[in-house]
Design a protein around this ligand. Structure first.
Ligand SMILES: Cc1ncc(COP(=O)(O)O)c(C=O)c1O
Ligand SMILES: N[C@@H](CCOP(=O)(O)O)C(=O)O
Length: 467
């Protein structure tokens, strides 16, 4: 499989190249040259497989030419071996046609583990073969950070710097990042919001000499390997609900647009998904776009679902590329105009085609609290403040009669204050995190300034080299 940049000015690569490169050299995002297709018969043959095997079969065509199937399967088995639920991604029925796909049974209690546990193994495998070392830089609004650190802490040939917006994650989320003891991990608390962190990461990639000297790599969903690792659970869930004979809808709590893009990729591969419901909090740029072709950047407001407090959704560029007929020059121009003006409206037929498949939904904080309490009272289902927005979106927006897969993206124990406000009690952390509040935190503070952050990354890299 070969990969091309959405902006058309970067070299084509194979999967291993894309994994290590993260962001394309022209600032675009890598996309497969074509989508692998599974026939109805091939999809049916996946039903009932253990999750790691299903995942390996779905990811294999993306890695073809880079990673042997036998190695990929072994990595999938190792990646999901320490999940807390035997099904890995249990599908829980919450209402007549509403199903919660629990993606939070990995070590850091969020859906990020689904891809990042595998990506950690992929990095180690590819780097060992090439005899290279990478320096990962990543941005987090709360969950990617700890999942990435957990996936690569103490691995050879990798060091990792994670930027989080100071004071804007939950305490559990912050401590999950800052209490990991590993010489190859640097946490930076940035005086800014998630978009500042994400912009700093992209700016480090755009700084060609710095990128080359550090051999930078990415763990955010700008890295296509992340998207690939998020496709299999939609296949698993839809097969369990009767696909490929029966259509389904998906409802996904959305921020950077990576998770719902993975569902859309599953459709390109043959899965019959009739509707994609994009569920946002008050930071609703995507909902505004889907409602009125108005993608205008607004100041990010803190909410009770901090991981979705994102102003600009990176992966929307991938969808735009596809809906603009894979015209990289047009995508590059649209993105440049967006960057310069802070506004985007696409051609009417493109907007209509997107709207045919995607529907926006939003919940503010007050409604989020009400919905947590309501699902708890009516279905005895306790959802975290992100997952509940997906559940409410699925209930309110799905086409009549279709089963809806609502992505449950985080464990309620990551947000004890919100859950207490909604239902009056605090969910306990699982045993492996029960002493989280007693662990020592280590992190460095920095302004949202490229030079300041690059200096920290450079010093960290050289400290490791001299050690
Ligand atoms: C718990 C949780 N829900 C939803 C999201 C949004 O997912 P995406 O960025 O893939 O749209 C995130 C962060 O990405 C998250 O951590
Ligand atoms: N919500 C994310 C933000 C980064 O998203 P990613 O999927 O692009 O890594 C987080 O929790 O950090």
């Amino acid at each position: 499989m070969r990969y091309v940049s959405t902006r058309g000015q970067a070299p084509e690569m194979d999967f291993a190249g894309v994994l290590l490169a993260g962001l394309a050299a022209d600032g675009g995002l890598y996309m497969p040259q074509s989508w692998p297709r599974f026939s109805a018969g091939e999809l049916k043959a996946l039903r009932g497989l253990p999750y790691p095997e299903l995942a390996a079969k779905i990811i294999a065509p993306f890695a073809a030419g880079s990673i042997e199937y036998i190695d990929l399967l072994a990595m999938c088995r190792r990646a999901y071996a320490n999940f807390a639920h035997k099904a890995i991604v249990p599908l829980v029925q919450v209402d007549t046609n509403l199903y919660s796909l629990e993606l939070f049974h990995g070590p850091t209690l969020a859906f990020k583990d689904m891809a990042l546990q595998l990506v950690g193994h992929l990095f180690e495998h590819v780097l060992a073969r090439r005899g290279e070392k990478v320096r990962i830089v990543g941005a987090t609004s709360g969950d990617t950070g700890s999942a990435a650190i957990e996936a690569v802490a103490n691995r050879k040939n990798i060091d990792i710097t994670i930027l989080h917006p100071e004071g804007k994650t939950s305490e559990v989320q912050r401590r999950q990042m800052t209490t990991v003891k590993a010489d190859n991990v640097l946490n930076i608390a940035v005086a800014g919001n998630f978009d500042d962190c994400q912009d700093l990461v992209k700016a480090m990639f755009a700084d060609e000499p710095f990128r080359a000297e550090m051999n930078l790599s990415a763990v955010n969903s700008i890295n296509f390997a992340r998207i690939a690792g998020q496709i299999p659970y939609y296949v698993y869930a839809a097969l369990n609900l009767g696909a490929p004979e029966r259509e389904v809808a998906v409802a996904v709590p959305t921020g950077n647009f990576g998770n719902i893009l993975a569902a859309w990729a599953a459709k390109q591969m043959g899965l019959p998904i009739a509707k994609f419901i994009v569920a946002s909090n008050r930071n609703d740029i995507l909902t505004r776009f889907l409602d009125a072709n108005d993608m205008s950047v607004k100041t990010v407001e803190p909410s009770l679902s901090p991981s979705m407090d994102i102003g600009v959704s990176s992966n929307f560029e991938r969808l735009l590329f596809e809906f603009q007929g894979c015209d990289a020059a047009l995508t590059a121009k649209t993105m440049a105009d967006f960057r310069n003006s802070g506004k985007m409206a696409v051609e009417a037929p493109v907007w209509q085609a997107i709207g045919h498949q995607f529907k926006g939904y939003r919940l503010d904080d007050a409604a989020t609290l009400k919905e947590i309490a309501r699902f708890y009272a009516e279905s005895q289902y306790l959802a975290d403040p992100h997952s509940v927005i997906g559940l409410a979106a699925g209930r309110d927006c799905a086409p009549v009669g279709l089963p809806v897969i609502a992505a449950a993206t985080a464990h309620p124990a990551k947000f004890p204050d919100v859950i207490e406000k909604a239902v009056g009690s605090r969910p306990p952390l699982p045993p492996h995190l029960s002493d989280l509040y007693d662990r020592k935190e280590i992190f460095t503070r920095a302004p949202a300034d490229l030079h300041a952050v690059e200096t920290l990354v450079w010093n960290f890299a050289n400290r490791n080299q001299n050690a």
